[in-house]
Each structure stands twice: as C-alpha cells, then as structure tokens.
Design a protein around this ligand. Structure first.
Ligand code: ZN
Length: 312
C-alpha cells in the first residue's frame, strides 16, 4: 500500500476511480457499557471478551475495541483485568486490540492512562491502539417524548492538555492512539496534532456519530458523516472509520464504503433489535458481506497493520 493510496482515502475525487478498491478494516466494538437488557450477547468477562474476539476475527473483523466489565456488567477500571483480557485475546487469535481508557475522575489524566502503562510493559498484554477523543462534548440524552434531558450535567471533557498527555503516554508505551472525532472542531484538532507532530501519520481517526437523543455528536446520517470527513485534511495520511452510538450503523455504511472509509460496528454501541439482537460476530459478518458486495474485501490483520502504520 503506497502513501498515495492512503492519501486517496481522504479525497472523494480519488475514491471510486481507484483501480483496486481499498480493503476494508472492520473494528468490532463489542461491549462499551451496554447492558444485556435488550441484547443478551454483550460480553462482560475476560473469557467472554476473548471468545467474542476470536469469533469476530473469523467473521472478518481485524480490530476489537473493548471495555473491561465486572461479571455483573458493572464498570471495571482494574489495570490487571485489562491486562488479563489482552493476554486472553492474544492466546485465541491474531486480532488487533484497541483498548478504552479508564473512566476515572480522581487524578484524572494519570489514572485514565494507568492501565495502558501497565499493559505496555509486556508484549503479551500490550494493546495495539487506545482511544483519544480530541475534544469535549455534552453527552446528555434528550427524550423527545418527555420533552426533557434525562441528565443535564454529563460533560465528556478532554482538554487539549489531556489529549497531548494521553497521546504522548500511549506513544511512549508503544500503543498507537486512535483519534475519536465527534464534531468538526475535533477534526480540526487532529490536524493541529499532526501538524505539531504529537500524532504520527498515518493517523487512525474514528468518526463517532450518535443517535438515542445524544445531540453532542453528529447524527448517523450521510450528511452527519460527510460533514466530518469533508474536514479531514487531504494532505495528511489518514485512515478513518465510523461508529454510531445508540444507532444503526447500516444507515451510513454505504457512504463510508463509497468514500474509502472503514467500519466500526458492534452491539456495544447498539443492540440491533431490528436484526433480532445478533451476536457481535453475526453483525461483523453482515458488514463484511456489505463490503465484499462493493469490492471491499475485509483486511487480514497484517493488511490492517500496513494501512494503519503499526508494526508487529
Ligand atoms: Zn469504547
């Protein structure tokens, strides 16, 4: 894969006319903090997450994004549990691993990165990626039936200082930042981070769309996605993917495939009741079929490594 092919990913002029279609990186977002109330297939324990990883790899995913959970589904921030999950996934398959940060509010920046530092000490527990959200947003959900917000003070706060701290800490630990963008200003921040060398090219950008009353991100529509990708700096090497919180990613999948983007589905984001509440692997299989139908064969993990510029 040459640099020019990667540049083409940001430029719609180059999309459909490429002689060889770019392969498709499927990232599966297996659990987030989703409950099992609607879809009982959400994995919680390290063994369940590792089993899901292997099933999704076989179905066509080359990256797994996960959150550590307690056996009852509660949030888990223990660095040792994160390390256990990575080790168990690595025993089962070769899927690339994208960890979340700790959602911790005491000594915030240090503690959000503590598990990444611990995991980075050994190759058997080191994830390949971890998330940096390049801006802040109000993430309260609005309920149009009750005509009120369900909460009114949930701020997903990521100061510039925090982003730079996280990016440096991850890079030092041998973990590549994946850059989540919720709105156009987040995309502009990515450009600034690349310009100052805080992030290395090729950048791995994840467009985060949101439904379910979360108005702090773009909607899961063609225009919502295109507003983000139209602002990706065309002179930079960027591979981008798209996820949708609380909504059906199929709504923008064709647009992403047409525009040389990648896909990040998962029942952690949305339980897909209209598809009978599938497993993560069943969902991945559907998106892989969609990619193949337009000539975008899912990548192997080695092919994803090349596109995203990470070593073994
Ligand atoms: Zn996550």
């Amino acid at each position: 894969m040459s640099a020019n092919d990667s540049i083409a990913s940001n430029n719609p002029e180059h999309g459909a006319s490429n002689a060889v279609a770019k392969k498709l990186i499927i990232t599966v977002r297996v659990n987030e903090y989703m409950s099992r109330d609607i879809n009982r297939n959400v994995p919680f324990t390290p063994d369940e997450i590792a089993e899901t990883a292997a099933e999704c790899r076989a179905a066509g995913a080359s990256i797994i994004h996960f959150h550590a959970r307690k056996p009852d589904g509660g949030k888990c921030h223990e660095p040792e549990v994160y390390a256990e999950i990575v080790a168990k996934i690595r025993e089962k398959c070769d899927i690339l691993i994208d960890s979340t940060l700790g959602q911790i509010t005491v000594n915030e920046d240090e503690n959000r990165l503590a598990h990444i530092k611990l995991m980075g000490q050994k190759s058997s527990t080191r994830p390949d990626f971890a998330a940096v959200d390049t801006g802040s947003s109000n993430i309260d959900a609005y309920d149009p039936v009750q005509k009120k917000f369900l909460t009114t003070n949930k701020i997903y706060k990521n100061s510039t200082e925090t982003c730079l701290f996280l990016a440096k800490g991850m890079t030092d630990a041998g973990v590549k930042p994946h850059l989540s963008v919720w709105a156009v200003p987040f995309v502009r921040m990515v450009d600034a981070f690349l310009d100052m060398g805080a992030i290395k090219e090729p950048a791995y950008v994840q467009c985060v769309l949101a439904e379910g009353g979360i108005v702090g991100a773009h909607p899961c529509t063609t225009r919502g996605l295109e507003a983000l990708i139209d602002f990706l700096p065309p002179q930079r090497l960027i591979e981008w993917t798209v996820a949708c919180k609380e909504g059906n990613l199929f709504n923008v999948a064709s647009t992403a495939l047409d525009r040389n983007g990648h896909l990040a589905p998962g029942i952690g984001d949305y339980p897909y009741p209209e598809l009978g509440c599938p497993t993560n692997a069943e969902l991945v299989r559907r998106f892989a079929e969609l990619g193949r139908a337009v000539g975008r064969e899912p990548t192997t993990t080695d092919e994803a490594r090349v596109l995203l510029g990470i070593g073994k």
